[in-house]
Design a protein around this ligand. Structure first.
Ligand SMILES: Nc1ncnc2c1ncn2[C@@H]1O[C@H](COP(=O)(O)OP(=O)(O)OP(=O)(O)O)[C@@H](O)[C@H]1O
Length: 233
């Protein structure tokens, strides 16, 4: 068993190549990264530099061509697809650029979903959902459907949903990419505060130097090469 101080994410010399016809193209080269619970990390990189590829490898949606990805000490390549799905559901929270709320579920049902998927029910769940919606400023909107909400409100629901089951790892892919600057900042404040309160490890993909300035660690991807740089360059 990994000890509680073992990294939440560990990448050892991780490479990923995609095949294109007869050729293969490497889009991530010998990436190394170690992230602990309680660390708030930002991943910067231009379009096409491999950020989504890296997130897909950390969440076990995809497997590396070479190297090892461990989440809570588990080598993802040693797990079955079903086990990887369960790990994603139970141990990771996701926030996406496009919010990705389920349109046929209400705000309250969207936030409740990860708790139900991990087998939780009853008064404790009701209380948790209520508290989270209060925390993200959406009390009174419980029964609204996502298409009735503004972008910022939808992303606040998505933040509540991502953290509802108190995952030890939070992955966010340009969470403010579809929001105006002011709304984006509000969402980031909230995201950071909830991450820090819940002591999750977080890796947030962003183009925003302002966000990098408040992170604990900053990683940069450039043409498939991952490097850590000082928080303030
Ligand atoms: N399934 C795939 N098959 C082939 N090539 C792929 C695949 N997925 C990604 N790529 C290529 O890998 C490279 C990195 O893509 P990736 O989506 O990881 O970049 P990104 O940094 O997330 O970009 P963006 O910021 O635009 O989302 C790109 O050149 C892309 O075309």
């Amino acid at each position: 068993m990994p000890s509680s101080s073992s990294p939440i994410v560990e990448l050892q010399d991780v490479s990923k190549a995609y095949s294109e016809g007869d050729a293969t193209r490497e889009v991530l080269t010998r990436a190394r990264l170690t992230l602990h619970r309680g660390e708030f990390a930002v991943l910067l990189g231009r379009s096409g530099s491999g950020k989504s590829t890296l997130l897909n490898l950390i969440s076990g949606i995809d497997l590396p061509t070479q190297g090892t990805v461990r989440v809570e000490g588990k080598d993802l390549a040693s797990l079955s697809e079903r086990e990887r799905t369960l790990l994603r559901r139970e141990r990771i929270g996701f926030v996406f650029q496009a919010f990705n709320l389920l349109p046929t579920l209400t705000v309250e049902e969207n936030v409740r979903l990860p708790l139900e998927l991990t087998g939780r029910a009853g008064a404790e769940v009701d209380g948790r959902v209520k508290a989270l919606l209060g925390r993200v400023g959406l009390t009174g909107r419980e029964r609204s459907f996502p298409d009735r909400l503004s972008g910022g409100e939808q992303q606040r629901v998505a933040v509540a949903r991502a953290l509802a089951h108190t995952p030890p790892l939070l992955l966010a892919d340009e969470p403010t990419g579809n929001l105006d600057e002011k709304t984006g900042l509000q969402v980031l404040d909230l995201l950071e505060e909830l991450i820090r309160q819940g002591h999750a490890g977080a890796l947030v993909v962003s183009h925003d130097e302002g966000l990098a300035a408040r992170a604990d660690r900053v990683f940069v991807l450039e043409a498939g090469q991952l490097v850590e740089r000082p928080v303030r360059p």
